[in-house]
Design a protein around this ligand. Structure first.
Ligand SMILES: *Cc1c(COP(=O)(O)O)cnc(C)c1O
Length: 348
C-alpha cells in the first residue's frame, strides 16, 4: 500500500469528475465565450453571495490579483507571519504590486485581536501607507487552524476602522466551514475579496477563484490577462471545479477527521516530541531527540508513506480525497512499528 500525505494538491480527479470534464461545453474564455467557465464563476459568486468571480490557474494568482487590485505602489499589506502570501508566493507582491508587507506574530497563523489596529501606520510622507489586511482560513503553516466568523469579524472591524481593504485567502476555507457550520455567504459578506482553491481538498486538477465586486473583478480580469493567466477552452477545468463545489465539500469532514485521528496517535510514539493542535486536514508534529525530518521521512518512504518536511525536525501530514480510512489505519500501524534511527552525524 502507498499513501500520499504530502499535500491535498495530490488528488486525482474521480471518474465522475472526469466525466463532467469530458462532457463540458467550452469556448474561448478570453472572449468570455466559455459557457462552463461562466457557469462556474456564476455558481461560486452566488454561493458566496458576492457579485462576481474570476477563474484563475492558481491560488497564488488569485491572491496576487487581490493585492494588485486593492493597493497602489508603496502601499503596505498586513498579514500574519505564517501567511501563504508572505511565505510561499516568492515575494511577488513586491514585483507585481510594488508593495511591502507588515508582519504580525499571532498564534498558529492567526492574527490576534488588537494586532491589526496596532499595526496600521499613521499617515506620514515617510511611512508606507497601510492599505490591506489579508487573513488566511484555514492557515496552512499554522497547522490548518480555523478562524471562526466571530474572530475574523473582530479583525475586519479593526481594519475597517482605518479604511483598510480586507482579503481572505480561503484556499482551504471549506475545510473550516464543514467544522463550524458557517456559510460561505457569511464569509463573503465580511470580505472585499475571497480566494478559494479548487485544486486542494476539493479535488479538482487545477484552478482557483477570486470573488469580489463587479468593478474589482473586471479589473482583476484585465490583470489576469496581462499576467499571462488568460486561458482559452478552460471550461474543461472549470467543469471539474463545478463538480468539486457540488460534490466534494461535505466530504472534507472525512479528511479533517482522518487528520485528527493521526493526531491522536502521534503523541504516544517515542520518537514524537509534540503534535500541534489539529483542527482540519493538516497535522503538524515535531520529532524528538536528534531525529531529523529528513531521516524520518526516508524511513517512512520505505514503508510506502510520503509526507512533507516542515522544518528541521517538523513534519506535515495532509489528508485528502485520495486517502481513505484503510490507508490511515495502515499509516498508524506502520508508525507503531517504526523505530527510526538517527543517522550518524558527519564529524570533521
Ligand atoms: C495552496 C495555497 C494557495 C495557492 O497556491 P497555488 O499553488 O498557487 O494554487 C494559497 N494560499 C494557501 C493558504 C494555500 O495553501
Amino acid at each position: 500500500m502507498t499513501v500520499n500525505l504530502i499535500s491535498d494538491t495530490a488528488t486525482q480527479p474521480t471518474p465522475a469528475m472526469l466525466e463532467a470534464m469530458f462532457s463540458a461545453p467550452v469556448g474561448d474564455d478570453v472572449f468570455r465565450q466559455d459557457p462552463t467557465v461562466n457557469e462556474l464563476e456564476a455558481f461560486a459568486a452566488k454561493l458566496f453571495g458576492m457579485p462576481a468571480a474570476l477563474f484563475c490557474p492558481s491560488g497564488t494568482m488569485t491572491n496576487q490579483l487581490a493585492i494588485k487590485c486593492h493597493t497602489r505602489a508603496l502601499d503596505e499589506v498586513i498579514c500574519e507571519e505564517n501567511s501563504h502570501i508572505y511565505q510561499y508566493e516568492g515575494g511577488v507582491y513586491s514585483l507585481l504590486s510594488n508593495v511591502s508587507i507588515s508582519l504580525l506574530r499571532g498564534e498558529r497563523g492567526k492574527v490576534l485581536p488588537g494586532q491589526v489596529a496596532a499595526a496600521v501606520k499613521p499617515r506620514y510622507d515617510w511611512l508606507p501607507r497601510t492599505r490591506l489586511l489579508v487573513l488566511e482560513n484555514t492557515c496552512n503553516k499554522g497547522g490548518g487552524s480555523i478562524y471562526t466568523l466571530d474572530e475574523a469579524s473582530q479583525l475586519v472591524s479593526e481594519a475597517r476602522e482605518f479604511g483598510l481593504a480586507v482579503h481572505l485567502d480561503g484556499a482551504r476555507l471549506f475545510n473550516a466551514l464543514v467544522e463550524t457550520g458557517e456559510s460561505p455567504a457569511a464569509w463573503g459578506s465580511l470580505f472585499d475579496t475571497v480566494s478559494i482553491c479548487l485544486s486542494k481538498g476539493l479535488g479538482a486538477p487545477v484552478g482557483s477563484l477570486l470573488l469580489g465586486s463587479e468593478e474589482l473583478i473586471a479589473e482583476a480580469r484585465r490583470y489576469r490577462k496581462v499576467f499571462g493567466g488568460g486561458m482559452r477552452q478552460a471550461g474543461y477545468l472549470a467543469a471539474a471545479g463545478i463538480f468539486a463545489l457540488q460534490h466534494h465539500v461535505d466530504r472534507l469532514r472525512d479528511d479533517n477527521a482522518r487528520a485528527r485521528r493521526l493526531a491522536t496517535v502521534l503523541p504516544d510514539l517515542p520518537y514524537v516530541a509534540s503534535v500541534a493542535k489539529t483542527e482540519t486536514n493538516i497535522c503538524i508534529f515535531h520529532l524528538a531527540g536528534e531525529l531529523t525530518a529528513a531521516d524520518f521521512l526516508t524511513e517512512l518512504r520505505a514503508e510506502g508513506i510520503e509526507a512533507t518536511p516542515f522544518g528541521p525536525q517538523t513534519v506535515r501530514f495532509t489528508t485528502h480525497l485520495g486517502v481513505d480510512d484503510a490507508q490511515i489505519e495502515f499509516v498508524i500501524d506502520r508508525l507503531h512499528h517504526l523505530t527510526p534511527r538517527v543517522s550518524q552525524p558527519v564529524r570533521g
